[in-house]
Design a protein around this ligand. Sequence first.
Ligand code: PLP
Ligand code: TYF
Length: 394
Amino acid sequence: MFEHLKEQPADKILALMQAFKDDPREDKIDLGVGVYKDADGKTPIMRAIKKAEKQLWEEETTKAYTGLAGDPLFGERMAALVLGDAVPAGKVAKVATPGGTGAVRQAFDLIRMANPEARVFVSDPTWPNHLSILKHMDIPFTTYRYFDGVTGGVDFDGMMEDLAQVRKGDVVLLHGCCHNPTGANLNISEWQAVADLLNKQGAVPMIDIAYQGFGDGLDDDAAATRLIAAHCPETLIAASCSKNFGIYRERTGCLMAVAHEEGRHKLNQDTLAYLNRQNYSFPPDHGARLVLMVLGDDALRTDWQAELEDVRLGMLKLREQLAGELRDLSGSDRFGFLAQHRGMFSRLGVGPDKVEALREKHGIYMVGDSRMNIAGLNAETIPKLARAIIDVGC
Ligand code: PLP
Ligand code: TYF
């Protein structure tokens, strides 16, 4: 049997992580994998998470199974975090999943179950794992224009033109905030136009929100998701807790299915639980429990929000510093988009030859499509990066 297995394409981001580790240069800079790092290059455990873990260790009396949906309190608190009061709680079915990736995978499974004919529209570019999972599951997908390489912003006209091709029952995958890999995002009136278009065509939005709190703040980052979920009859939401709670390896995420039609909720909830059972039975609990504790306790929540806000503002400052250095060195504003982008990533918008030159000549590691993890920088490495960008002729 095993002789039939074929080599599968490697994850380029993870391969880059290894290449960085193997590089002996001391002044190398890692702008690859999307993990938050502080100015010392560390990925800290957030204070509130550490406190919740201590409390959990003292208070937890059993490790018996939870339920197929995970602890319902986790789902409730995640729905409140992501959706606020945009949608009545009774209209949101939700399950805990292993990370945001687990939620994405379960959402695709649900789409295939509900409508095997559905095509999934994804932004060009999108997070590579969206494509990899869709291919693996044999779900037909197609791309819509998204990034404007000239302005570094969103090609909104192109996006709307392509989305006008969606048919009833198709699914449109959107990044709720902090687009990965570009950093370019829609404004709220553009989101409204997308919601109107999808409603007109009868297509279903699926929102992947993996960076809530990393862009403009917890509520602002959720505004688009809330608008879509309030205006569209049905919405799928895959939320990740990896970044904003800093609990990457705990594998914590939540899949939500919003339905406005009366009487839809129970079947949606049962279906999500069924899908969990088919794939892994009970979802992991440890990270989900930490999240529900932090969200449900005033002191922990306040501290978490304060730390998350420091992380967000720190990244904004790095963006501004980098855009400023490049303005000075290039004598132009052509890198100004770096300060407009939001979240952990920015796409520089240069070819693979420049990306390679940055790596070979300067020990600067970014993903092949010129995506940089802004959190990999600090006040000292920014001038070096800016000089290198100009040096290789970007
Ligand atoms: N979706 C996007 C766009 C991401 O960038 C990530 C990144 O980690 C995820 C989903 C899922 O992350 P995780 O499975 O680690 O929660
Ligand atoms: O895009 C990123 O870098 C993050 C982390 O297979 C990540 O989303 C990268 C690759 C991967 C899973 C997560």
